[in-house]
Design a protein around this ligand. Structure first.
Ligand code: SF4
Length: 342
């Protein structure tokens, strides 16, 4: 038996060919599941009884279990989910005036060992299935009222998404599919620490979600220290891959830059960043480090942050300071799950 949530249209079509069922019935099943939110094949009345029985014998429906839920004073809600094997993952729902964004996880833990990241302390326990990835969105929507339904998704929680490639791609296809979750590709952002080979593979998939790059340094020696993946894909290799990436018109890459006091927040860093990103359609998010205990890093001062931002604005970049959400509820990626597994 397999979880229907996470099964792609392509896979279901293969089953239907095997069973001698007309492929257009895939559309009917998907409409029941994703548009009418029916999770019982017996209720799918426009399908024949034998087909319903076959589906029932092959698939089940499983969503992540809601283990705990924490509401922050800033309006965000952090969900701690338990999976079928007892692993825990987290998702953060962040409302703003015009959108409701869910940050979702793709792995239990992560193996990339970024030194400023709480998830890294878990190591990689396992990859999530496509069903567990989209299940976070389905479960949060189920939990929230109609007015709070998720409009935007950021794939930026626990794990390096491109390190869990095929389940991620399947999950994204289900998210953007008109037969599936019908989320506009413009409203989904995939964040990566810069797995260059996988970025190249991903451009062949034709799934035009937004790409965010977790850059966080302007010198290889600094990035090597805080993001060891840089030893494999140094900054210029990563940026060259982005220069060759077939971005859709009017789209930009988002560069995430976690600011660590005294490490990557100097005026020289701002100048180098401006030079490095020259010619790349870019938007920059500056993220003051979200202090976790125990930790060697500190957030930059307000004046340092503003000076960094102002320099880049003077070089005509769009630069935003991203407020940490849910800092009172352990809002940084991996903090809750790391705590619950300790
Ligand atoms: S920052 Fe992202 S890629 Fe790096 S260790 Fe944490 S989860 Fe993994």
């Amino acid at each position: 038996m397999e979880n229907f949530l996470g099964t792609t249209e392509k896979t279901l079509k293969q089953y239907f060919v095997e069973w001698g069922v007309a492929p257009y019935r895939v559309h009917q099943v998907f409409t029941w599941v994703y548009h009418k939110e029916v999770r019982d094949f017996d209720l799918m009345t426009n399908l024949s009884k034998p087909l319903r029985q076959k589906l029932q014998a092959t698939f089940y429906f499983s969503l992540p279990g809601l283990q705990e839920k924490f509401s922050s004073s800033d309006g965000s809600v952090k969900y701690l989910f338990s999976l079928e094997d007892g692993s825990t993952i987290e998702s953060v729902w962040m409302p703003s005036d015009d959108r409701k964004t869910l940050c979702i996880s793709t792995q239990v833990g992560c193996r990339l060992a970024c030194s400023f990241c709480m998830t890294a302390t878990l190591g990689l326990k396992r990859n999530l299935t496509a069903g567990e990835i989209i299940g976070q969105i389905l479960k949060v929507n189920e939990d929230l009222g109609e007015n709070d339904r998720i409009t935007n998704v950021v794939v930026m929680g626990m794990g390096e998404p491109l390190d869990n490639y095929q389940p991620l791609v399947d999950a994204l296809r289900l998210m953007v599919s008109p037969e599936g979750m019908r989320i506009s590709n413009r409203k989904i952002t995939l964040s990566t620490s810069g797995l260059v080979d996988k970025i190249k593979d991903f451009q062949e998939e034709n799934i035009h979600v937004n790409l965010a790059i977790s850059l966080n340094a302007t010198l290889d020696e600094v990035r090597d220290q805080i993001m060891p993946i840089n030893k494999k894909y140094p900054i210029h290799v990563l940026l060259d891959a982005l220069r060759n990436y077939p971005l859709k018109p009017n789209r930009k890459f988002t560069f995430e830059y976690v600011m660590l006091a005294g490490i990557n927040d100097t005026d020289d860093d701002a100048k180098r960043l401006g030079r490095l990103l020259k010619g790349i359609p870019s938007k920059i998010n500056l993220i003051p480090f979200n202090r976790i205990e125990p930790g060697d890093y500190h957030p930059p001062s307000e004046s340092r942050l503003l000076s960094f931002q102002n320099y880049l604005i003077s070089r005509n970049y769009s630069v935003f300071i991203r407020k940490n959400r849910g800092t009172d509820i352990l809002g940084a990626c991996g903090q809750l799950a790391a705590q619950s597994s300790s």
